[in-house]
Ligand binder design. Sequence first.
Ligand SMILES: [Zn+2]
Length: 83
Amino acid sequence: MDGTRVTVRCRDCSFAATYESLRDARAAVDDHESTTDHGVGWTIESLAAGVSQAGADAGVCGRPECANEDSPLVDPAPPETER
Ligand SMILES: [Zn+2]
């Protein structure tokens, strides 16, 4: 997982941290959300763009608002004007 970095940032307080693995980041997010009831967002950064894209497509955070709109795999509302 060389070059992968996950930035975690809380929307309700100043909590922020950077982790080098998704597992550590997820644990930190779960811990902070469960202990404070805050909403924590995270950003996956990677030197390898393909890895970052794959993570976004997988919907790692599990929230619809985090869906990657640039991804062909995510198409919640196709424009009706096309047909
Ligand atoms: Zn917080």
